[in-house]
Design a protein around this ligand. Sequence first.
Ligand code: FMN
Ligand code: SF4
Length: 444
Amino acid sequence: MSFVVTPPAWPKVLTGRADTIAANPFDLDAAVRTGAFGALKKAAGMGASSTIDLIAAAGLRGRGGAGFPAADKWRMAAGVDADQRYLVANGYGADPGSHTDASLLAADPWAVLEGMAIAALAIGATEAILAVRADDASLVAKLEGAVLAAEEAGYLGDDAAGSGRRVTVTVRALQGTYMLGEETVLIKALEGRRAQPDQRPPYPAQRGLFDRPTVVNNVQTLAAVPWIVANGADAFAAIGATACPGTVLVQLRGPAGGGVAEIPTGTALRTLVDLAGGAGSHGLKALLVGGPTGGILPAEALDTPYEPAALRAAGAHMGSGSVVIADGRACVVDLARLLTRFSADQACGKSIPCRIGLRRLSEIGDRIATGKPRANDAVTLGDLAHDIAASALCDHERTATFALSATLRYFRAELDDHLLRSTCPAGVCTPIAVGSASSRGASR
Ligand SMILES: Cc1cc2nc3c(=O)[nH]c(=O)nc-3n(C[C@H](O)[C@H](O)[C@H](O)COP(=O)(O)O)c2cc1C
Ligand code: SF4
């Protein structure tokens, strides 16, 4: 697995070892020669609360989309009186268009396993689960082999890395919908129950798998942990954006190429476009940031730093780590309607505002894109998007409206071409006639 080449000065927290062990990423001895499991031994000597304090000082935030401080979650789980606690590494990778987590697991499984063991020791969990997609059977088998090798070498098992504490890891391969990546759905799937999100609180860290305190962390979050233990909190906090330091994997896609890149948080979207090879001869029309429930940002937003708060303010989120370049040939209204339809199709149906609201929103998108808008569609669209997001039971509902909301916020002229003039400037929407009413959009 090779990653997109980034400037040599950029720190590599997650993929630093990947090149060195690229010949056989699943060879434990080769990984140990490059330092794998050294941090676990160090953490075992530090003790649980010092480890949590270190992760807090580093400012590590979750990479699964919500950006929750990892140490707060760990402390919450560690503080609940329980006969068992669980750690779940979320490597499900719900977005079919983003391969960040699978790429990490394939390139350096040891960073994830070591991070899992450190986290398990810190929260007092004896059982950890690595949840991955079932569709890559070869990767699943290799991960199971890696766990076995780590157990045989004593890094996992009854006396994990000489800690005197038991930490076992089980690989669970799951197949399901987009919603399966959501932590409460994932927990139910692991329990073998019908998988729908739960209202929180209680948070999984308080009552999760089999009603026991359960920390669910994305695999990237966990892979950063050994680096922090080995290099110190200050070194990590110095990388990237102050409010969400460190690095993150992004899945880049554009007309000129793409791939997975490790970037410091806070990197400008403009730089990500360059890493993807630029927007090509048709110019940049928009950036789809955050996966299917992400936002659609215009070229004017290219200076937005890739970090949770700035992306939220712009109307997007880190989500699945996907950043897609839509060039001048794209119709933003069409993109928004397709993304909204995906979100409506994926909604699990548990809460009515999401189930019905997203479907209505999707129908409005379809109407607009097929030249049959109603007079008040723009107003309904804005009101509905607001109401759906405000009544969210889970984060899906909170973010599924981003795409259509972006057309109101950033691409109003193009939306009005569809709404008022039955014209699709890009000539994408059919049966709307190709028109020249609005040719704005492409830049760079
Ligand atoms: C619809 C939906 C899908 C999600 N899919 C994933 C996923 O594939 N992987 C992931 O780590 N988190 C996913 N999340 C976020 C998880 O619910 C959870 O916040 C995350 O795994 C926690 O890890 P972190 O604190 O390290 O970010 C999803 C959330 C939603 C609402
Ligand atoms: S908000 Fe949507 S996806 Fe989330 S629980 Fe409700 S219906 Fe399901």
